[in-house]
Design a protein around this ligand. Sequence first.
Ligand code: GTP
Ligand code: SPV
Ligand code: MN
Length: 617
Amino acid sequence: APRTARGPAPVSAEFGKRPEIAGAGMADLIAWVDQIAALTQPDSIHWVDGSRAENDALLREMVDEGKIIKLNPEWRPGSYLARSHPSDVARTEGRTFIASEREEDAGPTNNWIQPAEIRDTLRGIFAGSMRGRTMYVVPFSMGPVGGPLSHIGVQVTDSAYAVTSIGIMTRVGTDVLHQIAKGKHWVKTVHSVGAPLAPGEQDVAWPCNDEKYIVHFPETLEVWSYGSGYGGNAILAKKCFALRIASVIGRDEGWLAEHMLLIRVIDPAGRAYHVAAAFPSACGKTNLAMLRPTIPGWRVETLGDDIAWLRPGEDGRLWAINPESGFFGVAPGTGESTNVTAVETLWGNTIFTNVALRPDGDVWWEGLTDEPPAQLTDWEGNAWTPDSGRPAAHPNSRFTVGAGQCPQIAADWETPEGVPLDAILFGGRRATNIPLVVEATDWTHGVFMGSNISSERTAAAEGTVGELRRDPFAMLPFCGYNMADYFGHWLKVGQKLRFDRAPRIFQVNWFRKGSDGRFLWPGFGDNSRVIDWIIRRIDGSVSAVDSPIGRLPRTEDLNLDGIDVPQEDLEALFAIDPASWLREADLTEEFYGTFGGRIPAPLQAELSALRYRLQRA
Ligand code: GTP
Ligand code: SPV
Ligand code: MN
């Protein structure tokens, strides 16, 4: 990796001073910061105030140090390109740990590690890990500051790239410190890239360490992350806090932290419906969150694209907020024909990571345009031409941009009390078996569906792309406790909802393929045709056909005006082969079996009932 010209030069003296705020909570925070600094031994401590001016200064400094590239402001104002170390391009699930006191509380789907043992390890690797660097103290709020569903935390980090990313993805600022001072509970998160600098040693563009640890302590609500600067490994408010830690808080407090997008759908009559959808990483959440319906009269407003916190309300409905304030989205495949809303959102003020650089100082990635530019610099900084035989952008290259820039963001997207859900969708990337859409018969059946989501692996995490794996509720890498208990918690939350006001549950699959390997469904904007059917099911204006796996649309009830889906493709999209579904049921039994008797009885009953229906089909 290229070496930069000089070592760290802390952002000018106008920023970084600790604000004078009185209060017992503030004293606790200062003591904690001092303790982390004593361990990690940074050169200086910078208290982040979240201001635009401070953010600009941090970005300018990173440019000066050769850590990021300023894009041509004529094409992409206020925007930057970061190139990671080639080994630090995705979440490292194998190095992600849940350190609960008891192993069974982490469950078989998590890497459990004994807390006392890992604390020793962490003390060792964090000792002196910030030498030669600045330690930033970043107070953040997930959800609007002070909101009834919001939670706050503090991340200390030695990565300025992480600071600027957190500034986009969460609400960062001194108002959070006032909440801490008043005694509001906050989550402690510690991050180091694990690359201390000796005196006079030159820094590299993307410091990181081959050894990585992403460790969660669910009992003390702490996160310690070491060795990686990438996305979900480094923006600890996101997957570490808002999913793994928050799922534990939700279990104890009666709510759900979910890997879900959140949208408002407005039908031609002007009626609004709220839909949340859980799809595994790189399986279409950002795309559906920014849907532009291809059927006339329908509109979609974006509320969130990755995480939703769901809480039963006094009214028996399930209320949802998006705790984030930005999008950390997959770049490849994002283009005018697939997600024009995202393309428009990215007009400026965006940090791109691992995309390609154009000679004119703008960015490019596969799928942005149909034809690649003749010449590019690829994500690793090498010259690239269309016949180079490798992608110009990394398959998991990403953009980081504020949600407020989305042209179809809901006007009230920051409403602290959230929105009431009408439907929940579960989906995955499945070439076979799973129909385009199927409706659950009730909440319990819906939870059964969610528990059975499986999906082909994507580039969002290390591993073999394309391999089929179970990803229940799209939460396999993100549930902070025993997944069987989590299924049980979903059933319990359902009991708090009024049966006639609970969101209806559906399973969708945009990725079914024909025997020739091509997608059977056009997807993207045309997914509005599936949403249309779902909404008409909710308002009772369309019937459905019972099948062994749930309720299917009559194909004539789908609005296919203006698209050409051959009848045989349509039939293939909804084909249910009892034999391969029985094999699917066997795999479910095997999967449930890994939880040693902890799977809730109602889900075991759903599995038996499914088999019974399939055997009679
Ligand atoms: P994370 O940010 O990793 O959680 O991903 P995500 O779930 O938000 O996925 P995203 O919307 O970024 O989509 C990932 C990939 O799936 C992109 O390459 C998209 O082009 C592709 N994709 C999204 N929707 C569809 C669809 O309806 N059909 C097809 N064929 N591909 C889709
Ligand atoms: C995902 O992998 O689901 C993401 C990207 O949204 S990361 O923040 O890296 O987890
Ligand atoms: Mn995600």
